[in-house]
Design a protein around this ligand. Structure first.
Ligand code: ADP
Ligand code: MG
Length: 308
């Protein structure tokens, strides 16, 4: 087991940011810690990385205790903090070299830096100032610093926040690549991110874990909620669409375009086609979206905040 956390509670002043949170992560797993702002994600990650002591509870990383063996834990954890604080005036290679000194990499230093620069796609940027890099490349530097001492566990706090869509895809695929060899716990408030990168999702809300399951199983909870978007060649009556077997709700999206929600697990696309054929109209386009984790997430995290 790479990470074991038991009954972690963190109280800031009067506020309980984490309430007896327990978590186990196996070696090699890529787990998403998912929750809205203020859920307690960063707090949990800082505690596991030994940057913040919990008020109570215990945790180990690769068997090393966060209280008793902080140095051993830090050797095994690569941590990318939220907002990725970097020295903007330093050059990329210079910064990594400086960190290599802190990690006492010794003789391995140069080859390790070269490997990491290569792995994170920073070859062309290595002699640039960090401050001159785009957000996506700064994030690569953040990942490089987290990976430098070859930790077995990576803790990445919102690694893709603030990235544009292209950068986001690049960083996600880089994390996926890294995840083949490391245990990763990453936080995000974006459902698709967990689906795209993680094997498992731990959903946290108001300091408590509200779901912990494989992304596949969580998606299944809402299986049977297929949404079909369809454009017919001609005007169709909503009541007629509703008569198609397995149709739950029908919504017009303007013109001849409709959103149809299926009620069961059956794929109703064929029935819709047959309906069109029967009415002598054509289907101009059809797409199917599965209502996925997003829904589970929303239903699990909409509890009233004022209860607290
Ligand atoms: P998340 O990362 O999920 O957005 P955080 O762990 O940052 O959540 O915060 C959890 C809760 O704890 C929030 O309500 C936040 O305001 C509070 N909190 C976080 N850090 C501190 C702090 N240093 N002092 C007081 N309250 C804090
Ligand atoms: Mg946070």
């Amino acid at each position: 087991m790479s990470i074991i956390a038991r009954e972690i509670t963190k109280v800031y002043g009067k506020q309980k940011a984490l309430d007896a949170v327990s978590l186990e992560i196996n070696a090699g797993e890529v787990v998403g810690l998912l929750g809205p702002n203020g859920a307690g994600k960063s707090t949990m990650m800082k505690i596991i990385s030994c940057f913040l002591p919990p008020t109570s509870g215990e945790a180990t990383v690769d068997g090393f205790d966060i209280f008793e063996q902080e140095i051993e834990v830090k050797k095994r954890v690569g941590y990318l903090a939220e907002h990725n604080p970097l020295y903007l005036d330093m050059y990329v290679r210079e910064y990594l070299s400086f960190l290599a000194g802190i990690h006492k990499l010794g003789k391995k230093r140069k080859s390790r830096i070269n490997d990491i620069i290569d792995m994170t796609g920073l070859t062309l940027e290595q002699n640039k100032k960090i401050g001159a890099l785009s957000k996506g490349y700064r994030q690569r530097v953040g990942l490089a610093q987290a990976l430098l001492h070859d930790p077995s566990v990576l803790i990445l706090d919102e690694p893709t926040s603030g990235l544009d869509p292209n950068q986001l895809l690049e960083i996600r695929s880089l994390i996926k690549e890294i995840g083949k060899e490391k245990t990763i716990l990453l936080s995000t408030h974006i459902m698709q991110e967990v689906e795209a990168i993680c094997d498992r999702a731990v959903i946290i809300h108001l300091g408590k874990i509200v779901a912990d399951d494989s992304t596949e199983n969580l998606s299944k909870q809402t299986a049977g909620k297929d949404i079909i978007k369809i454009e017919f060649s001609e005007l169709v009556n909503a009541d007629n669409i509703k008569k198609i077997g397995g149709v739950h709700t029908v919504r017009n999206l303007g013109g001849n375009t409709w959103e149809i929600e299926a009620s069961g697990e059956k794929d109703i696309r064929e029935d819709i086609f047959n309906f069109a054929v029967g009415h002598k109209i054509s289907v101009l386009s059809l797409s199917r979206e599965q209502q996925s984790l997003e829904e589970v997430f929303q239903s699990l995290t909409k509890a009233d905040r004022s209860e607290k």
